[in-house]
Design a protein around this ligand. Sequence first.
Ligand SMILES: Cc1cc2nc3c(=O)[nH]c(=O)nc-3n(C[C@H](O)[C@H](O)[C@H](O)COP(=O)(O)O)c2cc1C
Length: 283
Amino acid sequence: MKRILGIVASQRIVGNSEILAKAAMEATGPDNHMELIRLQDLNIKPCKACYSCLPPDVPCHIQDDLNFLLNKIRGADAVVLAAPIYFLGPHSSIKVLQDRFLSVSNKFQEFAGKPCITITSYGVPGWEGYAQEALNLTARFLNLYLVDSAKFLGANPAEVLEDPRNLERVRQLGRSLVDPSYQRSAKEYECPVCWSDILRFDGKNVTCPFCGTKGEIRIEGQEIKYIFNPEANHRFSDEGRRHHFDQFLNSKKQEFIAKKKHYKELQAPYRSLNWWVNRPTSE
Ligand SMILES: Cc1cc2nc3c(=O)[nH]c(=O)nc-3n(C[C@H](O)[C@H](O)[C@H](O)COP(=O)(O)O)c2cc1C
């Protein structure tokens, strides 16, 4: 028996994301223990950028439901993360959650190897934007082990079910959580590390904007090929994580402490420009 946790980031009750998450969970097998969390039902506040959580023994001091959610993830054997696409990105609750992962970024081994799938539902062909990549980032920043990921077309609630291929595909995703033979690998035109097909081109080489893996472009006959170097210490490797979340952020924090007075002086002329508008008070 495995404990499967579904996290749904949709405002809609029994909307496409919820249906797809449930179908994937169901496909993991009848004996598993299922738990669902609608992100919108939780109180997860934005990161305050105070950096007090950087030392491994200091938790985030914001009093909300983040720890409840993290404990649910800690207790799960596999995670399903589902969100609709809003204005080309994932639902904003995903970004709010992702930013709060700063508080566990220095404990990245904790979640390592826990299988996760990501599912996005969208309503307009060609309007997928960067949502799938962003949702995958959420899983990767938590150091979950992303085993498959897919987007599904359907605008109205339950519309995804009108195309039987969607159910077939999402069940495949579900199975990949419990059976490694279903796990996805990168396609030829995708970043080999994070599967993104959105790449940054500097006129000569390509860089994956998400994991930072670099590659060359080669023209072979009529075909354009990316030759990546996936061995490099990309952002989500243990070394990449240590470099950013441990060394870089901690050195910036030390710099801030040492130069606090100087920063205050730089702020001074702007601190006094109080053009803020008060929000209306209810009568
Ligand atoms: C505010 C808003 C913005 C949206 N933006 C997009 C978009 O950029 N691209 C797209 O394909 N669909 C967009 N949609 C459609 C939803 O992604 C689609 O209906 C999805 O299936 C909703 O999933 P749900 O039923 O799980 O909530 C948008 C919907 C809303 C309400």
